[in-house]
Write a protein that binds this ligand. Structure first.
Ligand SMILES: [Zn+2]
Length: 270
């Protein structure tokens, strides 16, 4: 999903400096990192408060996050205000079932998680990745099982060049390390699509229709496999649905989706 620019995250220089430190030798890195902590103290990406080390949140930063728990739509994971019975789906999923089997998100996409995700996506806050992996593991517990293959949603090559990394691939790799699950970059974008953030749900679907396909050399890896698609944010589910459609057509047995945050549609519970 495309979201706004990182105007609210004031730590880009700090993180670039930390990336430079990571590239030097281990001993020098240790001393350099300590020195850097003194010069540029690590900050909570949500509140800007000083924290003990990079990749941490302050207490007040934690308190501003809204983690998603049951009850929720059995299909898309939208939180319900009250129990609706096992297997209950939301109105949107009943009206137009998505192509993925289930989706789950760690947190609600709000002001606090926006700062986290924009920092991660556009301001090199890759120090947050270990934290995000634990959140994904918790949210994906219902469908992360032995034999699961993780597949990140792909960026177009041109966008990857300008951004330098695919945030979905970083999330998939971190979760894969934590859970011992293989990551297969089997999807590719066949065309660069305009940013989704200003589009309606219907326009989002049109925007990503036919925008993905399977890398032929990896096609055999997904035959009859249980796949968990990884992305940063679920808005309408159009991108994840388009990817799931391609994976199922390519022979996957099932496709679930796991994201850091989901945008709440009007009328959904918080
Ligand atoms: Zn739903």
């Amino acid at each position: 999903m495309e979201i706004g620019e990182a105007t609210s995250v004031p730590v880009k220089g700090t993180i670039r400096a930390r990336d430079a430190v990571r590239r030097v030798s281990p001993m020098l890195r240790r001393y350099s990192a300590r020195a850097l902590d003194l010069i540029l103290p690590p900050q909570c990406p949500i509140t800007g408060e000083r924290v003990a080390s990079p990749g941490q949140l302050s207490v007040s930063g934690w308190s501003r996050l809204n983690f998603i728990d049951d009850p929720a739509c059995a299909r898309c994971g939208a939180p319900f205000a009250h129990e609706n019975g096992e297997g209950a789906e939301c109105a949107a999923c009943i009206a137009e079932p998505p192509s993925f089997d289930r989706a789950r998100a760690a947190v609600i996409y709000d002001d606090a998680s926006h700062k986290l995700i924009v920092g991660f996506k556009h301001s090199d806050r890759t120090d947050l990745i270990a934290l995000f992996a634990t959140w994904l593991a918790r949210a994906g517990a219902p469908f992360l099982r032995e034999g699961t293959i993780l597949v990140p949603t792909p960026l177009h090559a041109r966008r990857l060049l300008s951004r330098r990394y695919n945030q979905a691939a970083l999330l998939a790799n971190a979760l894969g390390r934590a859970k011992g699950a293989p990551v297969v970059n089997v999807l590719r974008r066949t065309r660069q699509t305009p940013p989704q953030q200003s589009l309606s749900a219907a326009a989002r679907q049109r925007n990503v229709a036919g925008a993905f396909d399977i890398r032929p050399e990896l096609a055999c890896d997904i035959a009859d496999a249980h796949i968990v698609l990884i992305d940063d944010v679920l808005t309408t589910g159009a991108t994840l649905s388009a990817c799931a459609r391609v994976l199922k057509k390519g022979g996957a047995a099932s496709v679930d989706a796991l994201v850091l945050a989901r945008v709440m549609r009007s009328g959904e519970a918080i």
